[in-house]
Design a protein. Structure first.
Length: 170
Protein backbone atom coordinates (compact mmCIF):
# COMPACT_ATOMS: atom_id res chain seq x y z
CA UNK A 1 0.00 0.00 0.00
CA UNK A 2 1.42 3.37 -0.99
CA UNK A 3 1.87 5.98 1.70
CA UNK A 4 -0.22 8.55 -0.17
CA UNK A 5 -3.27 6.73 -1.44
CA UNK A 6 -6.89 7.46 -2.17
CA UNK A 7 -7.83 4.04 -0.85
CA UNK A 8 -10.71 3.90 1.62
CA UNK A 9 -9.52 2.10 4.74
CA UNK A 10 -12.82 2.21 6.57
CA UNK A 11 -12.32 -0.76 8.88
CA UNK A 12 -9.67 -3.05 10.32
CA UNK A 13 -11.13 -5.80 8.11
CA UNK A 14 -10.46 -3.68 5.02
CA UNK A 15 -6.93 -2.99 6.22
CA UNK A 16 -6.39 -6.70 6.92
CA UNK A 17 -7.45 -7.66 3.40
CA UNK A 18 -5.24 -4.91 2.02
CA UNK A 19 -2.26 -6.36 3.91
CA UNK A 20 -2.99 -9.90 2.70
CA UNK A 21 -3.18 -8.70 -0.92
CA UNK A 22 0.16 -6.92 -0.47
CA UNK A 23 1.79 -10.03 1.01
CA UNK A 24 0.34 -12.17 -1.76
CA UNK A 25 2.01 -9.97 -4.37
CA UNK A 26 5.26 -9.90 -2.39
CA UNK A 27 5.42 -13.70 -2.29
CA UNK A 28 4.62 -14.00 -5.99
CA UNK A 29 7.47 -11.63 -6.78
CA UNK A 30 9.80 -13.56 -4.51
CA UNK A 31 9.10 -16.83 -6.34
CA UNK A 32 10.46 -15.15 -9.47
CA UNK A 33 13.57 -13.80 -7.71
CA UNK A 34 14.67 -16.79 -5.63
CA UNK A 35 15.69 -19.05 -8.57
CA UNK A 36 17.90 -16.23 -9.87
CA UNK A 37 19.44 -15.80 -6.43
CA UNK A 38 20.08 -19.54 -6.16
CA UNK A 39 21.71 -19.56 -9.56
CA UNK A 40 23.93 -16.61 -8.64
CA UNK A 41 25.06 -18.13 -5.32
CA UNK A 42 28.50 -19.68 -5.33
CA UNK A 43 28.25 -21.32 -1.93
CA UNK A 44 26.49 -24.67 -2.16
CA UNK A 45 24.88 -24.09 1.24
CA UNK A 46 23.57 -20.68 0.17
CA UNK A 47 22.23 -22.10 -3.09
CA UNK A 48 20.44 -24.84 -1.11
CA UNK A 49 19.02 -22.27 1.33
CA UNK A 50 17.54 -20.24 -1.53
CA UNK A 51 16.10 -23.37 -3.13
CA UNK A 52 14.53 -24.45 0.16
CA UNK A 53 13.09 -20.98 0.69
CA UNK A 54 11.56 -21.10 -2.80
CA UNK A 55 9.67 -24.26 -1.80
CA UNK A 56 8.58 -22.61 1.46
CA UNK A 57 7.48 -19.49 -0.42
CA UNK A 58 5.30 -21.59 -2.72
CA UNK A 59 3.67 -23.10 0.39
CA UNK A 60 3.26 -19.62 1.86
CA UNK A 61 1.39 -18.55 -1.27
CA UNK A 62 -0.93 -21.53 -0.78
CA UNK A 63 -1.52 -20.46 2.83
CA UNK A 64 -2.40 -16.94 1.72
CA UNK A 65 -4.85 -18.43 -0.79
CA UNK A 66 -6.45 -20.34 2.10
CA UNK A 67 -6.73 -17.09 4.06
CA UNK A 68 -8.52 -15.49 1.10
CA UNK A 69 -10.88 -18.49 0.99
CA UNK A 70 -11.56 -18.20 4.73
CA UNK A 71 -12.50 -14.57 4.14
CA UNK A 72 -14.79 -15.53 1.26
CA UNK A 73 -12.64 -13.65 -1.24
CA UNK A 74 -10.79 -14.40 -4.44
CA UNK A 75 -7.00 -14.38 -4.16
CA UNK A 76 -5.93 -10.96 -5.35
CA UNK A 77 -2.59 -9.22 -5.68
CA UNK A 78 -1.96 -5.61 -4.84
CA UNK A 79 1.40 -4.30 -5.99
CA UNK A 80 3.88 -4.55 -3.14
CA UNK A 81 6.18 -1.66 -3.91
CA UNK A 82 8.43 -2.49 -0.98
CA UNK A 83 9.16 -6.02 -2.24
CA UNK A 84 9.47 -4.71 -5.76
CA UNK A 85 12.16 -2.31 -4.56
CA UNK A 86 13.94 -4.87 -2.40
CA UNK A 87 14.12 -7.30 -5.31
CA UNK A 88 15.29 -4.58 -7.68
CA UNK A 89 18.01 -3.60 -5.22
CA UNK A 90 19.01 -7.24 -4.79
CA UNK A 91 19.15 -7.79 -8.54
CA UNK A 92 22.10 -5.39 -8.69
CA UNK A 93 24.10 -8.09 -6.90
CA UNK A 94 23.22 -10.61 -9.60
CA UNK A 95 24.97 -8.60 -12.29
CA UNK A 96 27.84 -7.40 -10.10
CA UNK A 97 31.39 -8.50 -10.76
CA UNK A 98 33.96 -9.30 -8.13
CA UNK A 99 34.88 -11.94 -5.60
CA UNK A 100 32.45 -14.87 -5.38
CA UNK A 101 32.34 -14.94 -1.58
CA UNK A 102 31.77 -11.19 -1.39
CA UNK A 103 28.90 -11.56 -3.85
CA UNK A 104 27.47 -14.36 -1.68
CA UNK A 105 27.67 -12.03 1.33
CA UNK A 106 25.81 -9.40 -0.69
CA UNK A 107 23.15 -11.97 -1.65
CA UNK A 108 22.63 -12.83 2.01
CA UNK A 109 22.33 -9.14 2.89
CA UNK A 110 19.69 -8.66 0.20
CA UNK A 111 17.83 -11.80 1.25
CA UNK A 112 17.79 -10.74 4.89
CA UNK A 113 16.29 -7.38 3.97
CA UNK A 114 13.49 -9.32 2.30
CA UNK A 115 13.09 -11.60 5.31
CA UNK A 116 12.86 -8.68 7.71
CA UNK A 117 10.21 -7.05 5.55
CA UNK A 118 8.22 -10.29 5.45
CA UNK A 119 8.54 -10.82 9.21
CA UNK A 120 7.10 -7.35 9.75
CA UNK A 121 4.29 -7.88 7.26
CA UNK A 122 3.25 -11.28 8.52
CA UNK A 123 3.44 -10.19 12.14
CA UNK A 124 1.14 -7.26 11.43
CA UNK A 125 -1.32 -9.35 9.39
CA UNK A 126 -1.37 -12.06 12.06
CA UNK A 127 -2.13 -9.48 14.76
CA UNK A 128 -4.96 -8.01 12.67
CA UNK A 129 -6.38 -11.50 12.10
CA UNK A 130 -6.31 -12.21 15.84
CA UNK A 131 -8.02 -8.92 16.65
CA UNK A 132 -10.72 -9.61 14.06
CA UNK A 133 -11.35 -13.13 15.37
CA UNK A 134 -9.98 -14.84 12.25
CA UNK A 135 -8.20 -17.41 14.38
CA UNK A 136 -7.55 -19.98 11.63
CA UNK A 137 -6.14 -17.27 9.39
CA UNK A 138 -3.97 -16.04 12.27
CA UNK A 139 -2.64 -19.58 12.72
CA UNK A 140 -1.72 -19.85 9.03
CA UNK A 141 -0.03 -16.46 9.12
CA UNK A 142 1.88 -17.50 12.25
CA UNK A 143 3.17 -20.61 10.46
CA UNK A 144 4.58 -18.40 7.73
CA UNK A 145 5.96 -15.94 10.27
CA UNK A 146 7.78 -18.82 11.98
CA UNK A 147 9.26 -19.96 8.65
CA UNK A 148 10.42 -16.45 7.79
CA UNK A 149 12.13 -16.09 11.17
CA UNK A 150 13.80 -19.50 10.75
CA UNK A 151 15.05 -18.52 7.29
CA UNK A 152 16.48 -15.30 8.69
CA UNK A 153 18.32 -17.25 11.42
CA UNK A 154 19.61 -19.74 8.86
CA UNK A 155 20.95 -16.92 6.69
CA UNK A 156 22.59 -15.28 9.70
CA UNK A 157 24.32 -18.52 10.65
CA UNK A 158 25.46 -19.10 7.09
CA UNK A 159 26.85 -15.57 6.91
CA UNK A 160 28.57 -15.64 10.29
CA UNK A 161 30.05 -19.13 10.10
CA UNK A 162 30.96 -19.41 6.44
CA UNK A 163 30.30 -16.71 3.86
CA UNK A 164 31.44 -13.59 5.72
CA UNK A 165 34.62 -15.35 6.88
CA UNK A 166 35.44 -16.26 3.29
CA UNK A 167 34.61 -12.76 2.08
CA UNK A 168 36.87 -11.22 4.72
CA UNK A 169 39.85 -13.14 3.31
CA UNK A 170 39.75 -11.27 0.00
Amino acid sequence: MGLFTSKNLDSLETLFVDQIEDLYDAEQRLTQALPKMAEAAHSGALKAAFEQHLRETQNQISRLEKVFQMLGRQSQRQTCYAMKGLIEEGSEVLSATGDESVKDAALIAAAQRVEHYEISGYGTARTFAQRLGHNQAAQLLQETLDEEAATDKKLTALAEHQVNQQAAMT
